[in-house]
Design a protein around this ligand. Sequence first.
Ligand SMILES: Nc1ncnc2c1ncn2[C@@H]1O[C@H](COP(=O)(O)OP(=O)(O)O)[C@@H](O)[C@H]1O
Ligand SMILES: [Mg+2]
Length: 265
Amino acid sequence: METDELTPPVIALSGLTKRYGLGDAEHTVLDGLDLTIDKGEFIAIMGPSGCGKTTLLNILGLLDRGDDGDYELDGRNVETMTSAGRARIRSNQIGLVFQNFNLVSRLNVIENVALPLTYQGKHKTKRLQEASKMLGTFHLSEREYYMPWQLSGGQTQRVAIARALVNNPSIVLADEPTGNLDSRSSHVIMEELADIHRRGNTIIMVTHNPDLTSYASRVIHMVDGRIDSDTKAPRPKKGELAPKKPLGTKRKPAKKPRKTKARKS
Ligand SMILES: Nc1ncnc2c1ncn2[C@@H]1O[C@H](COP(=O)(O)OP(=O)(O)O)[C@@H](O)[C@H]1O
Ligand SMILES: [Mg+2]
């Protein structure tokens, strides 16, 4: 678990423990996790319901704290930081794609997406331009001035994701980002995550869909608050995008035609 490199890992957990409940009702949801994640990894986390995936992402995203153990983010111990310090890191560096992150109901779509940029002190026109560009990426340009209640479930989710990504976070935490979406919408979202990854950022995504792990450079399986397996994907980082496409579709020369000498030219 030691790092020999000069740059610290993006995320280093050691002995991270989280418990809920008291006395007899106490149970350990994260059981002494050790985990090191380097910049530019695309991690898929899988595991049965209740094994602690969301709890882990909440802690990684600085929405919650562990009870024991250490969490270093970019080499800084974030467990001991003030809430204000953690909030600053969250708004500048982390994109949270969580299903239960609701849009602000009194703001329209483009204002919702522009919201995270307010913290960065950008001028309003600039904020709206960036939000508009992001909405375009998600094929939502024609919905910019809709109110949240006028959107379908899938559109709402795409807007929430656009909002999570608008500030160009270097770490994206996604909890079943394509959970309720049809395959076309899922594809749009996975492409966007893959693109963020290609730009050198770090993605940590919880998913139940084994097909989606083909986007990942590393797949972690959790069981009962522990890491059960941790596998680096063999494929190159560049990321061919279509998850199910077999690598062999490139058309290799079929078994060599054995007639090299038969013909003269
Ligand atoms: N706020 C909470 N209070 C008490 N128990 C919780 C709370 N949040 C999660 N849990 C419990 O922690 C365990 C792990 O939950 P969670 O991290 O949501 O799992 P997963 O995302 O893998 O399905 C579950 O048993 C869940 O009931
Ligand atoms: Mg969960």
